[in-house]
Write a protein that binds this ligand. Structure first.
Ligand SMILES: Cc1cc2nc3c(=O)[nH]c(=O)nc-3n(C[C@H](O)[C@H](O)[C@H](O)COP(=O)(O)O)c2cc1C
Length: 196
């Protein structure tokens, strides 16, 4: 099983990346883990062009997403919205029609240095999944006051740490279960390439 963590902030020294590193370290050694940091891999603003520098940046990201069995998508809350980097990336996910996130589970994580963190989760549930066809795990993680919760790379609030571990365990079980769906002969992207 391979789980890919996507850190959605496009800020350097971002708290979302720190949360991502922490969560990636909590999966057991039997899992293959990769981190895609959208600040390190700056995709150009999506414009539907057929060629251009985006291909060199998108190719390695797409390969990681393609080989994943599940995802942890970590979004900062900016202006009450999920990350512009993730929004941009989802256009690339659907552009190439390789369906690299389709019928794979996503654990959603919202990060805020204030009392926020819920909006990114709600928005990613509502609008992220249509053409990407990703499947939202009901068990996500909201981290408000991130600098008080994550200290020196460790979650110091028991309830948040327990929720993080629980949500990761549930994600792994969804990853195992949904492989059966992807391996079935039911999926028909030729006819149903756009989700509802
Ligand atoms: C442009 C901008 C807008 C922000 N808007 C919000 C917001 O609406 N709600 C909130 O809780 N935090 C907001 N924040 C603060 C983030 O929660 C904070 O930067 C946090 O560390 C997560 O972002 P990061 O991963 O980029 O560090 C905002 C930050 C920036 C840079």
């Amino acid at each position: 099983m391979k789980i890919v963590f996507v850190s959605g902030s496009v800020r350097s020294d971002s708290q979302s990346r720190k949360v991502t590193d922490y969560l990636a370290g909590r999966l057991n050694d039997a899992m293959e883990v990769k981190i895609v940091d959208l600040n390190e891999h700056r995709l150009p603003l999506y414009d539907d062009s057929t060629d251009g520098p985006w291909q060199e940046i998108w190719g390695p990201i797409e390969n990681e997403l393609m080989s994943a069995d599940g995802f942890v998508v970590v979004s900062p809350e900016w202006d009450g919205m999920f990350s512009v980097g993730l929004h941009n990336m989802f256009h690339y996910v659907t552009k190439t029609k390789n369906h690299v996130m389709a019928h794979k589970p996503v654990m959603l994580v919202g990060v805020s240095d204030g009392m926020g963190g819920a909006y990114p989760i709600a928005q990613l549930k509502a609008i992220g999944a249509k053409n990407t066809h990703y499947v939202v795990s009901p068990e996500g993680l909201r981290i408000s006051k991130v600098k008080e919760v994550l200290v020196n790379g460790e979650i110091v609030v028991d309830g948040v740490r327990e929720r993080a571990d629980y949500s990761l365990k549930v994600l792994v079980e969804y990853a195992k279960a949904l492989k059966q769906v992807r391996d079935s002969d039911i999926i028909d992207f030729k006819k149903f390439g756009s989700g509802v």
